[in-house]
Design a protein around this ligand. Structure first.
Ligand code: DX5
Ligand code: ZN
Length: 217
């Protein structure tokens, strides 16, 4: 199995102490920083945008994994790339027919690109773009809020996408996001996810380093 990486989601961070939170994640063994961008339209919540990514870029070398939960992501992906995003993922549900073009736009802006699917979106909807991606993200909760319960039925999709990736021989990461904790992580890894997002589990832990190590082990 591929080595598993942990991407703590700063949605669960204290936004008034973001610099310290990022430094703490880095010191505790985070492999990437997962930045949840929400616009209040695609999802029922608002978080932060380009300026936050730009400022975080100045204080860490960790890859910034920007999960865009926004409508019309094509309007903003170049600016997120310029702000220092290493990976930009866009929702199938926000792009639909436009998806392949948005993925190419991200690549031409110099970032790695990825597609995200909600828990109720079947793999068939993205089958024709998987091999254009550097990463595929399977949501294991409906996006919008941290601290929700893991939806285990998405594991079938993780397995299916893992098969497609392995059969292609390409280096494509498979990420899972939502409700991951020490109880749910094993099934996610066994299904083939190699990047694990964790918000609440990391930020509510008494010892973040131990939690990250536990999720990775
Ligand atoms: C949900 C976000 C997730 C979420 C993960 O909309 O995309 O990244 O914050 O949080 P937990 O791990 O608490 O479910
Ligand atoms: Zn996310």
């Amino acid at each position: 199995m591929k080595t598993v990486k942990i991407a703590p989601s700063i949605l669960s961070a204290d936004f008034a102490k973001m610099g310290k939170e990022i430094q703490s994640l880095q010191a505790c063994g985070a492999d990437l920083i997962h930045c949840d961008v929400m616009d209040g339209v695609f999802v029922n919540n608002i978080t932060f945008g380009i300026k936050m990514v730009e400022d975080i870029r100045k204080i860490t070398d960790l890859p910034l994994d920007c999960h865009l939960m926004i409508v019309q992501p094509e309007k903003y992906v170049e600016r997120f790339a310029k702000a220092g995003a290493d990976i930009i993922t866009v929702h199938y549900e926000a792009c639909q027919d436009n998806l392949a073009d948005v993925l190419r736009l991200i690549k031409s802006a110099g970032a790695r690109c990825g597609v995200v699917i909600n828990p109720d979106t079947p793999v068939e909807k993205i089958e024709d773009v998987i091999l254009l991606c550097d990463m595929v993200l399977v949501m294991s909760v409906f996006p919008g809020f941290s601290g929700q319960k893991f939806i285990s039925t998405v594991l079938d999709k993780v397995r299916k996408i893992r098969e497609i990736i392995d059969a292609s021989g390409k280096e494509i990461d498979l990420e899972i996001d939502g409700g991951i904790n020490p109880e749910t992580v094993a099934a996610a890894k066994a299904a083939g996810a190699n990047i694990i997002v964790a918000g609440n589990a990391v930020f509510k832990a008494e010892n973040r380093a131990e939690m990250i190590a536990k999720l990775k082990a």
